[in-house]
Design a protein around this ligand. Structure first.
Ligand SMILES: Nc1ncnc2c1ncn2[C@@H]1O[C@H](COP(=O)(O)OP(=O)(O)O)[C@@H](O)[C@H]1O
Ligand SMILES: [Mg+2]
Length: 140
């Protein structure tokens, strides 16, 4: 499904909608260039679980763990991850299934994503507009 976002708030609202449909162990894989809106999406996503203010880009730590109202959220940034060893060092394989994963720069680890991952692709079409393509979840 394709969505058109015209503001960071639109993107956050789509994230909240998706967050509201999850059980607690899903992998949400985000794709798109720098500035496309992956962290904005994650902020809206975390806000649904009562965590808005905690979200920052985990580029340096590779993963941030948030304790939500009901679930744990593992926020990964795979920008600097290129080998299996790198990926292992993030804890990806240790935490999988133990919380919701939200993964920036999923391009870099695509072959290690589970087949039931929810895939969200961001395309910047102008300063404030994004096309957001969502696959792997029924949004109705
Ligand atoms: N429709 C939109 N959706 C998301 N972000 C937007 C939108 N329009 C403008 N922006 C801006 O674009 C930037 C997106 O940055 P960020 O979410 O950090 O991107 P990424 O994590 O993909 O590198 C933010 O400065 C945000 O305010
Ligand atoms: Mg980011």
């Amino acid at each position: 499904m394709e969505f058109y976002s015209n503001s960071p708030e639109d993107t956050e609202n789509l994230a909240k909608k998706i967050a509201s449909l999850l059980q607690g162990n899903e992998v949400v894989a985000l794709y798109g260039d720098l500035g496309a809106g992956k962290t904005a999406f994650t902020r809206g996503f975390a806000d649904f679980f009562g965590l808005k203010d905690e979200v920052s880009s985990p580029t340096f730590s590779l993963v941030n763990e948030y304790e939500g109202s009901k679930v744990k959220i593992y926020h990964f940034d795979m920008y600097r991850v290129s080998t299996l060893e790198d990926l292992e060092s993030t804890g990806f394989f240790d935490y999988i299934g133990k919380g919701i994963f939200i993964v920036e720069w999923s391009e870099n680890i695509e072959k290690h994503l589970p087949s039931n991952a929810i895939n969200i692709r961001f395309q910047k079409t102008s300063e404030n507009s994004r096309i957001i393509n969502v696959r792997g979840i029924d949004l109705k």
